[in-house]
Design a protein around this ligand. Structure first.
Ligand code: GAL
Length: 360
């Protein structure tokens, strides 16, 4: 699965699309309100809940788009909604989706809200996929290898320190982790700390984990003050958090600090090109969405799914491989269609784009 080519996924999706389309034609619409125009067959409905918009632009810009496309191509009627960072909204959306009927649910957890939804879905016999973030009670967890994401972040900090000429054991490094209610945050932390500690780094400060740029900025500002304004590296668990950190570094004219990230956001890619961020961990969401679609089809067909690992609670785990992106690789993210040249290469960044061969 890890190595499965997009082609293989597409082929499987194609054949399943035929089966699902056949099923939708002969099935009985359960929502009763659309006059049986082909939509509304609960078995063919894929219900998806995204967590928020603030933690990362990925949810609205990529996950929504790739899941919509992939699930539709597989013959599902697709209902994707965003809980907008509110656990009450999360369960309201879930109730509405379950009332309309779902053949399968794909849930990105938000502060633990997915667990109760999964229990409700399972009580109705509806299979549940934990998409990107883990939670108890899902049939499958489809995500990236998240400990590896953390290791790549730890490596980023080491690379940045080396470029700065500071030995890891002597370096002042601040740890800026993700929201601990997100089960991925611990995996990112474990991987990053494993690599950094092996090289002799210990945390000089570690504010509470968040997924929020403004909070990250405030937390880092306080950490920096406690360190008398001296810092060599920052383990930032994603680009959103990194952006908050970088604002403080810029305000204090602290250049050349090693900073990690995740998600290959436009702001992250720009910070990398301009030398404010050492690298990001690029996670091709198209591959993650394709893997999830494949699992959704298999679940509906009662087929076995090949997995790569399992979570501690035994949930089978399908892992897509993350990619480290420094200035030289920014062009690859753009070529893959996961960031646009116009968004990244704005006038202030144009010279750096040229330097690193980022072209339209
Ligand atoms: C994680 C996700 C990351 C990042 C973060 C903040 O769970 O894997 O890609 O976006 O949430 O939303």
């Amino acid at each position: 699965m890890k190595k499965s080519s997009l082609l293989a996924v597409a082929a499987l999706t194609g054949s399943a699309a035929v089966m699902l389309a056949g099923c939708a034609g002969g099935g009985t619409p359960t929502d009763g309100g659309d006059g049986g125009d082909g939509g509304g067959d609960a078995a063919g409905r894929a219900c998806v809940i995204l967590p928020d918009a603030a933690s990362s632009p990925r949810w609205e810009n990529f996950d929504r788009v790739y899941l919509q496309e992939g699930l539709e191509a597989a013959g599902f009627e697709v209902d994707i909604q965003n809980a907008q960072g509110n656990v009450n909204t999360y369960s309201t959306i879930a109730d509405q989706q379950l009332t309309q009927g779902c053949g399968v649910m794909l849930l990105v957890d938000y502060q633990g809200a997915a667990e109760a939804v999964a229990a409700d879905a399972k009580a109705e016999g509806i299979p549940v996929i934990a998409y990107d973030r883990p939670f108890a009670g899902a049939d499958y967890y489809v995500s990236f290898d998240n400990v590896e994401v953390g290791r790549l972040q730890g490596q980023t900090v080491l690379n940045g320190l080396e470029a700065k000429g500071v030995a890891p054991a002597d370096a002042t490094v601040v740890y800026m982790g993700g929201d601990p209610t997100d089960g991925n945050a611990k995996m990112f932390h474990d991987g990053a700390v494993e690599v950094m500690e092996e090289a002799g780094i210990t945390a000089a400060a570690e504010p509470p984990g968040v997924w929020d740029q403004a909070e990250s900025q405030t937390n880092f500002e306080q950490a920096l003050t406690s360190l008398n304004g001296q810092v060599d590296g920052v383990w930032a668990a994603n680009d959103t958090n990194a952006a908050g950190v970088i604002k403080v570094l810029q305000d204090n004219n602290l250049q050349g600090v090693a900073v990690s990230g995740q998600d290959a956001n436009v702001a992250g890619l720009q910070n990398i090109l301009l030398g404010w961020q050492t690298a990001t961990v690029y996670k091709p969401v198209a591959d993650e969405a394709a893997a999830a679609v494949e699992v959704a089809i298999a679940l509906l067909n009662g087929e076995e799914v090949e997995t790569d690992a399992e979570l501690e609670d035994g949930t089978p785990y399908i892992q897509v491989t993350p990619v480290l992106v420094g200035p030289e690789e920014v062009k690859d993210v753009i070529a893959a269609g996961d960031a646009s040249f116009d968004d990244v290469c704005t006038p202030e960044v144009a010279a750096a784009c040229e330097q690193y061969g980022v072209t339209e």
